[in-house]
Design a protein around this ligand. Structure first.
Ligand code: FE
Length: 418
């Protein structure tokens, strides 16, 4: 833990800048050097109350000594100030500017909301619109869901995060359970987002919706042969199914909501049917769709927006969605969304951001860039998605994805679904 506010703020700025470089120019050598500098600073400034400290792990930043050692606190040499590292920070940020062609001139104290986000589906337009409307800047830190979750936990009440966005209700549920999100009483959110897509305790709210349904090769499968998720256990599909691993959160949440809906024994029976058909396990929704198109399998289960994105580039891609369970409980849906961080420094701004993102205007931007369904049913879906026609969604509360996550994992283990 870095205790000094100024040092923490410098690290945060540097980290954000490194993330920007990595997104703009993946694997740029400058980003590697900056990351090395970031970690060296982090080690230097990290919690001085620990009895042992790691010293001299300096890589290539003008430090004479590259050895690694643990030295008890009372034996450690007097730590000299590290003027050369401090002096390097502006230089590091300067390199970022050059690499990006941007000049990060420090903005004088405009109101801002700091957002940790694991959504990778395009959201910048909505943030720009928010800034235009409110004058509040949105500073984002992008990362993987698990990584940001751990970071928020580790930062505790010193976290600069005001808002946390992530994908899948299972992840939102875990964040709420870990105490990382604070409840928000907002009539605007209640008005805009249906009850089954937001936390009953108001700690998170779904901002986009996605369907996880059956995808099929239009040249090889007659949709009249498709019906429910469980029908993929019919022997006719033996060797013809592509599935993602059971441990991936999207499938875990699908099984978890099935458990909520049908109970463990029935869900187990359904998944046993899939496994008996010897599915090809592929780790990636897009890869599953490509495998279906290539004829490696004929049907699979993926999130809807992955197909929409492929179709936006290739309208002749030979895969279509089939809305599962239309005669019964409806197609499984999930959300990406967010909540106000438990230790938000700008709680009011954070709530404003969530409320704005739930409005028709922002929901439209999400729907057009990510090809998800708007969580606000008053917003329009993208035309590519609209062409698939309306469907009945399973209105089981998406929080079930978290509540039954462990049960889903145990079920998959029990029946050998990898
Ligand atoms: Fe996704």
């Amino acid at each position: 833990m870095v205790r000094d506010d100024g040092e923490r703020s410098l690290l945060f700025d540097l980290d954000m800048a490194i993330n920007q470089v990595n997104r703009a120019v993946p694997d740029h050598p400058a980003a590697v050097a900056l990351t090395s500098g970031y970690h060296n600073l982090l080690r230097r400034w990290a919690d001085a109350s620990r009895p042992f400290i790691k010293v001299d792990v300096i890589v290539d930043l003008g430090q004479p000594n590259n050895r690694m050692a643990y030295i008890p606190r009372d034996e450690r040499p007097v730590m000299r100030p590290i003027p050369n590292l401090l002096r390097l920070i502006p230089a590091m940020l300067g390199v970022v500017s050059i690499v990006l062609g941007l000049l990060p001139v420090p903005v004088p104290a405009a109101e801002e909301v700091v957002l940790y986000t694991a959504r990778h589906y395009g959201q910048e337009r909505a943030f720009e619109a928010f800034t235009q409307k409110t004058g509040i800047q949105v500073r984002t830190l992008n990362g993987e869901a698990g990584q940001l979750f751990e970071r928020l936990k580790a930062e505790g009440d010193r976290s600069p995060a005001d808002v946390f966005f992530t994908v899948d209700a299972g992840n939102l549920w875990n964040a709420a359970r870990a105490g990382l999100l604070a409840p928000v009483a907002s009539a605007e959110l209640v008005k805009n987002i249906p009850a089954h897509l937001r936390d009953p305790e108001n700690r998170w709210v779904g901002l986009t919706m996605r369907a996880r349904t059956i995808m099929y090769n239009v040249k090889k499968v007659n949709p009249a042969d498709l019906s429910r998720y469980e029908a993929l256990g019919d022997p006719r599909w033996k060797g013809r199914i592509c599935l993602r691993t059971s441990g991936y959160i999207y499938n875990q949440s699908l099984l978890a909501t099935m458990i909520k809906r049908d109970g463990v024994p029935r869900t187990e029976q359904i998944v046993r049917g899939w496994v008996a058909n010897q599915p090809i396990i592929i780790n990636g929704d897009t890869k599953i769709l490509e495998a279906i198109a290539a004829g490696q399998c004929d049907v699979g289960l993926t999130n809807s927006y992955y197909l929409a994105r492929i179709l936006a580039k290739d309208p002749n891609f030979p895969v279509a969605p089939f809305w599962a369970n239309q005669q019964t409980t409806g197609t499984h849906v999930n959300v990406s969304g967010g909540g106000v961080a438990a230790h938000a420094k700008n709680r009011a701004g954070a709530i404003k951001l969530l409320e704005f993102l739930s409005t028709i205007e922002a929901q439209q931007m999400f729907a057009d860039t990510s090809m998800e369904f708007p969580a606000n049913p008053k917003a329009e879906v993208n035309p590519i998605v609209k062409a698939w026609g309306p469907f009945k969604q399973d209105d089981v509360h998406v929080a079930a994805a978290g509540e039954f996550q462990a049960a889903a994992a145990r079920l998959a283990d029990r029946i050998g679904y990898k």
